[in-house]
Ligand binder design. Sequence first.
Ligand SMILES: *Cc1c(COP(=O)(O)O)cnc(C)c1O
Length: 486
Amino acid sequence: MFRKYDSLIFEKSTPGRTAYQLPKLDVEEKELKDLVPSEFLASEAPKLPEVNEVDIVRHYTNLSNKNFGVDTGFYPLGSCTMKYNPKINEEMASLPGFAALHPYQEEYQVQGALELMYNLLEILEEIAGMDAGTLQPAAGAQGELAGVLLIRAYHESRGDFKRNKIIIPDSAHGTNPATAAVAGYTPVEIPSDENGLVDLDALRAVVGEDTAGLMLTNPNTLGLFDQHIKEITDIIHEAGGLCYYDGANANAIMGHAKPGKMGFDVMHYNIHKTLSTPHGGGGPGSGPIVCKEFLAPFLPVPVVEKDGDKFTLNYDKPQSYGHMKDFYGHFGIIVRAYTYCLTMGSDGLELASDYAVLNANYLAARLKGEYNMAVNTTVKHEVILAGLKDHEKLGVTTNDVAKGLIDRGIHPPTVYFPLIVDEALMIEPTETESLETLDEFVDAMLDIARVAKEDPESLKNAPLTTDISRPDETAAARTPIVKAEW
Ligand SMILES: *Cc1c(COP(=O)(O)O)cnc(C)c1O
């Protein structure tokens, strides 16, 4: 049944209706006022909905069905790596020995948890070709901040206070310039060349004594691995700066290439992307950073260390810049990521990257007849379209294509990002989707292309299958009404 709007739980309320039955009172009944001092008593009863059990169950079940997630359908949101989250991860994270831990427990009681953290960090260091790190950051963006603060601490430890700029290519993720600014630096944007890669001349022109470092998203937001990567890090190092690797796109390179070997000094992971832990809806995520040995003294405390066969939390790091987050990071997510690494093994992680890249290029090959491509080469883990062919003549925008996908049961890919591509539609299928699912997506995209030619106006009204069709998106995001007056 299709309903435009579901009533609120308050609107379902009928006085006197309840969802519970209590046993008969077997003690003397007392008035509330005889039990609770009058100054603590409210003058009127709270306005709570009065409903029976079946209505309340239906209410919340119906609400939950309005959610879209990787467990309900294809979710090819570019840059977000919405891969499937294996259920064994959940099982491990819910083991009482992990789930019921308290952060103030004594070290000797939490040896297993510390060992797991120590081991996961070692795996992350190995994948990246780095030497040390921390699991503390709560998400990718906080990992970026944790990493740039390391760069800052390094320069300052050498008495070098003149470096106030961080160089960031225009193909970077938007969090990179935001991070540089939050860390107190001036972000300096450099353009991409005609192939969508870092323009080396433009880079050489801006480096200097004021360069604190570079932040590089690689593969970049066009899905491209920068072929000049070693030259880029050399140029920055020669100027005395350090190199930050935005590793949110690690799903494209795991097991194939190590940022540490490309000359990077520090990087973050989004383990809620690359290592299959759930994300969306605001978290919790996890954005560990890993770095070269010379940056290790500045890492946030506490550091998990191994002493013989004992694990300890070391707070005694005089050069550390402090805490990044209370306690040790999002431990439940860390357990899930560790489970994923052990289930996949190193061969499995490498294979995941292979398939992520293959799937993206398969979509590109099947869609390029009807859609413009942002670049005309093979890509890594995501493919960026630049609108329908002839979209200007047809009057059908990428927004209309995205809305049309909703009516076809598919979560739209990222739209209008990266900013350097007109009419961008950024598709990241991930490795966990089958050929059949990819083909269903292609069918939907080609069907939209057909409708765009035959009846373009109909796409302007999409989606027709949702409660709300086309809200004012700015107002919906900035001034949402999330409280009913009652
Ligand atoms: C997702 C993403 C980030 C930010 O990570 P969050 O966990 O969302 O804070 C940074 N860079 C890139 C390339 C990303 O895709």
